[in-house]
Design a protein around this ligand. Structure first.
Ligand code: MOS
Length: 690
């Protein structure tokens, strides 16, 4: 074939649905017109712990139904207890849904909900994560199934013998993944079949789970998820809105729409657990690590054990003969934490990469050089070979592109006017995963090809990239591919999560296309399950290096990120435009983690008080000054047929540490509890001056 048809993969093809989105023609879950639709408004618990004994509706206020555990139909128990909505009198966290008011209009539903009287027997609650809490325990495994502890050699002996050591504790607050499009569902029953327009990252998963809740086989639940306005992990599985809409639709015999109000997103759909992380490092004077210990504390709810894998990433980063990682978990009267972009890696690499920076300071060594000196030759804990590992190259090339050479390693050396200026670096890694998926391709009479797979596009460009993969596999131009995704009735695809979408779905699409060409038939289906399951899981990671330059106002403590740069080695880049956008988005989210984002807990109320986007701060355009991402020309043929690794999450791994390290370099102040805020810098600066 010609060079142009071959170049579909990697080309900066614009998002296929872009025009639809900017003209408003693209429909999101809550936007499908429905005859006779009723509106559900959720009522959330005002207390973190207790019992709901009665719900009293105001008889003068109109509504179609008021559902609560006293009158709601019974649901089947499923693995996720958050889906057992309106089933029990037990209140396990503030913000738990206690009732659903259904009315003819949204306004009526909201008003009826506002005047609803809840009778609650409140109980004493406990909502604060502390490292000396007697309730802390070691979970059997951490997500998504790793051992909670790992030990190699003798960390205590190595630390005692090490000429240079670091012993630091870093903490991160609760973080909230709030996609622009809130969680939303329209549910409609058609006899015993259920149709859901639902915003999620996994239509077939939602169909299976909601089916289970209502005792239906998955093929009697049709989930339509054409466009999704972001998920960041919070839409990876069915959320309570899907069950509530379906439940209400069954009771009232009409389609019901449930859209979560923004404030409910802070408690009902998951968040990133706060963490406290203790890191102990031992090194020789030449920088070689002899001991690494990373112990992470995090929280979960009373109803579900969600164990964030915070310290797991440390198992893959640096060589050292003596090592230990561990996790301690605490159950609190708080909402269940769930998946949030780079769960585990984002907070864990903050701890590790800041500790490494502190070690560089102790050693008087350049932090890029220190990392290079501790590059392992294989997986540090298992000895498994890496398929490709270009971390050192990311550090070197990134340093070059950023202009790192000649940096004075001492802090508080550069000042321009009122600004202290500093630079920082941090490493990044994210596992390159793939999951079983099935795709179907049909050759159509008009010379085009229909490619069908039940994948979802969260706004990342998945639809576009799959089109490129199919075009490349069939050796035709991209405009001859008609891609169909976003529907649970299409061939079954894995979740749009774990940075594994393109790898998993692309594998199935490639397989189907190759089979079509080989068979000469006009339809082929390919299921990647067997191939994916045969694959070794260890030794497969994308890598990166983040560089930041900050300036800190000497008078006010204000931090500005003047430059943020990421250099990645993430296998073949399938679409230069959408990949760059993914990297930048991750880095900006990392900036939010370093400087802005914080769920502020009021222990007395057992609630995050800043549960809206006015008070929960995220970076705005004005916060992003110079930001750029580049990547190495890496192709990893041992990972999948495209040679690609995941790119959706690695941008948020390491970028917060690069910024925190740069703040230290600018000011000489180590802020170890995130986010770095001006009040912390001013207090610490004052203590230092005194
Ligand atoms: Mo992402 S937290 O793997 O959806």
């Amino acid at each position: 074939m010609t060079a142009t048809t071959r170049s579909a993969l990697g080309a900066p093809l614009a998002r296929l649905e872009g025009p639809q989105k900017v003209t408003g023609a693209a429909r999101y879950a809550a936007e499908y017109p429905q005859d006779d639709v009723a509106y559900g408004w959720i009522v959330q618990s005002p207390v973190p712990r207790g019992r709901l004994t009665a719900v009293l509706a105001d008889p003068t206020v109109e509504s179609v139904a008021v559902l609560w555990h006293g009158n709601a139909p019974r649901l089947a128990e499923v693995e996720d207890p958050e889906l057992a909505v309106l089933q029990s009198d037990r209140i396990s966290y503030r913000g738990q849904v206690l009732a659903l008011v259904v009315a003819d209009t949204l306004e009526q539903a909201r008003h009826a909900a506002q005047v609803l009287r809840l009778e609650i027997e409140a109980e004493e609650h406990d909502t604060v994560l502390r490292t000396d809490h007697p309730g802390l325990y070691t979970p059997e495994t951490v997500n998504p199934g790793f051992p909670a502890e790992s030990v190699l050699g003798d960390v205590e002996a190595a630390l005692a013998a090490a000429p240079v050591t670091v012993d630091v504790t870093y903490s991160t607050p609760a973080l909230h993944n709030n996609p622009m499009e809130p969680h939303a569902t329209i549910a409609r029953w058609d006899g015993d079949s259920l149709v859901l327009h639902d915003s999620n990252q996994h239509p077939s998963g939602v169909a299976a789970t909601v089916g289970e809740v209502f005792g239906l086989p998955a093929d009697q639940v049709h989930v339509i998820t054409e466009h999704v306005g972001g998920g960041f992990g919070s839409k990876g599985t069915a959320r309570p809105n899907a069950v509530l809409a379906a439940l209400a639709a069954r009771v009232v015999g009409r389609p019901v729409k449930v859209v979560l109000p923004r404030q409910a997103m802070f408690s009902m759909v998951g968040h990133r657990t706060p963490t406290v992380q203790r890191l102990r490092l031992g090194a020789e004077p030449d920088g070689r690590l002899t001991a690494i210990e990373h112990v992470a504390y995090s929280q979960t709810s009373r109803i579900y054990e969600f164990a964030e894998q915070t310290a797991v990433t440390t198992r893959h980063m640096y060589a050292a003969a003596n090592r230990r990682t561990g996790h301690r978990l605490l159950r609190l009267d708080m909402p269940t934490p769930r998946w949030m972009r780079a769960p585990g890696e984002a907070p864990g690499m903050l701890g590790l990469e800041c500790a490494i920076d502190e070690l560089a300071e102790r050693l008087g060594m350049d932090p890029v050089e220190l990392r290079i000196r501790n590059e392992p030759t294989a997986e540090p804990e298992t000895g498994t070979a890496f398929t490709t590992r270009n971390y050192v190259e990311c550090l070197r090339r990134g340093a070059e592109r950023f202009g790192w050479a000649g940096r004075d390693p001492r802090p508080r050396q550069r000042r321009e006017g009122d600004w202290w200026i500093g630079t920082g670096v941090a490493g990044a890694t994210y596992p390159a995963m793939a999951q079983p998926s099935t795709a179907r391709v049909r050759s159509l009479a008009d010379g085009t090809f229909e490619v069908a797979i039940g994948a979802t596009d969260l706004g990342t460009g998945a639809r576009t990239v799959l089109t490129q993969i199919a075009a490349d596999s069939l050796a035709v131009p991209a405009d001859r591919i008609r891609i169909r995704i976003g529907d649970s009735t299409l061939p079954k695809a894995s979740v749009a999560g774990g940075s594994s979408g393109s790898a998993s779905w692309g594998w199935a699409v490639t397989g189907a296309c190759r089979e079509l060409l080989a068979s000469g038939a006009d339809e082929a289906t390919f299921d990647s399950t067997e191939l994916v399951q045969q694959q070794e899981k260890e030794g497969r990671h994308a890598f990166g290096a983040h560089f930041a330059e900050v300036r800190v106002d000497a008078v006010t403590g204000e931090v500005r990120v003047s430059r943020l740069f990421g250099m990645y080695a993430a296998g073949r880049i399938l679409n230069a435009r959408t990949a760059r956008s993914q990297f930048l988005g991750g880095m900006i989210m990392g900036m939010g983690m370093a400087l802005h984002e914080e769920g502020v807990l009021d222990p007395a109320a057992g609630a995050w008080v800043n549960h809206d986007l006015a008070e929960y701060h995220i970076p705005a355009h004005a916060d992003v000054e110079q930001i750029d991402a580049e990547w190495l020309d890496e192709v990893d043929d041992r990972i999948n047929p495209m040679g690609s690794k995941g790119i959706g999450e690695i941008g948020i791994v390491g970028s917060p540490a690069a910024i925190v390290n740069a703040v230290w370099h600018a000011t000489g102040v180590r802020i170890r509890d995130l986010p770095v805020r001006l009040d912390k810098l001013l207090v610490a600066g004052r203590d230092e001056a005194a």
